[in-house]
Each structure stands twice: as C-alpha cells, then as structure tokens.
Design a protein around this ligand. Structure first.
Ligand code: HEC
Length: 133
C-alpha cells in the first residue's frame, strides 16, 4: 500500500485529531513542495524566492493578518488552486491538480485520487495553522 493511499482517511482523521498528526503529515509536503519558495520556517525566504519577481508571502502571520483567526478555508482554497481563489494568480503551482495526478492509479482508495489530494491539502493547511506566530 502506497504511503498516500494509507493517508486517504486523513481528512476524517485530521478533523478528529484537530491538528497533531495532521500537522506532521502536512509538514512533509510543506518541506517538499512549499519551502523552496516560502522558506523552511514559512517566513518567505526559500531559495527559489529570489528568482521570482513578486514577493513570496510570509505564511506564519496569516492568523495575525486576519484578526488573530487562522483563515482555514481560504488557505485550503489557495493551496488547492482549482477553485479560482488564488492570492494573485501568480506562480503558485495548482496543488489540487498536481496531488490528484500524483494519486492517479490509487483507485482502491475510498474517494479515489480526489480524496488523496484533499487529504494532502488539508494536512498542509493544518501544518500552516500550527506554525502561526
Ligand atoms: C514557485 C514558488 C511557490 C511555491 C512552490 C509555493 N508558493 Fe505559495 N505563494 C507563492 C507566491 C509568489 C505567493 C503570492 C502571490 C500568489 O499567490 O501567487 C504565494 C502565496 C501563498 C499563499 C497566500 C498567502 C497570503 O498572504 O495570502 C499561501 C497560503 C501559500 N502561498 C501557500 C503555499 C503552500 C502551502 C505551498 C506548498 C504546497 C506553496 N504555497 C508553494 C509562491 C510559491
């Protein structure tokens, strides 16, 4: 069983755990997929950031910038990228599509590749919530 296949139950698990386990799963995807631009600490100084013409935002103050409340749903939509809610439609990869393609062939998973993609996005969102300053 593939790693992400095992994770297909993650949305439920993540909700039940209210963070914790989900943070750790999300952290792995964050380091692999996001840290290049947003920096390992989330403060926006990844090695790719200097190659971009627009500023890479600090992801550790999303709650602070939103009256102290982490904008979970918005963050999920921004990461997913398929819903049209983009920060500015800039260079951010469309993770919803990428994660789904990544999981193609894992049809044995309940909910299929779409469920795997959502699990990964939600886990990353929980991770980001856990690193708010
Ligand atoms: C190629 C560089 C790059 C990568 C990789 C990248 N981002 Fe971004 N991200 C940006 C840039 C630039 C912006 C601001 C402009 C925009 O949204 O296009 C941004 C914006 C965001 C925002 C909105 C922040 C705000 O202040 O509104 C979130 C949340 C975010 N990224 C999360 C992530 C996550 C999570 C990942 C990994 C799954 C990721 N990004 C991967 C470059 C990147």
């Amino acid at each position: 069983m593939g790693f992400w296949k095992a994770l297909a139950a993650a949305p439920l698990l993540a909700l039940a755990a209210g963070g914790g386990l989900a943070d750790e799963m999300g952290r792995m995807d964050y380091i692999q997929g996001c840290a290049g631009c947003h920096g390992e600490t989330g403060m926006g100084q990844g090695p790719l950031a200097e190659l971009l013409t627009i500023q890479v935002p600090d992801l550790t103050h999303l709650a602070a910038q939103n009256n102290g409340k982490f904008p979970m749903l918005e963050v999920i939509h921004i990461i997913d990228g398929r819903t049209g809610v983009r920060a500015h439609g800039g260079p951010m990869p469309v993770w919803g599509t990428l994660f789904k393609q990544d999981a193609m062939g894992e049809s044995g998973v309940f909910g299929g590749p779409e469920a795997v993609a959502r699990a990964r996005i939600l886990s990353i969102a929980y991770y980001l919530e856990s690193i708010q300053q």
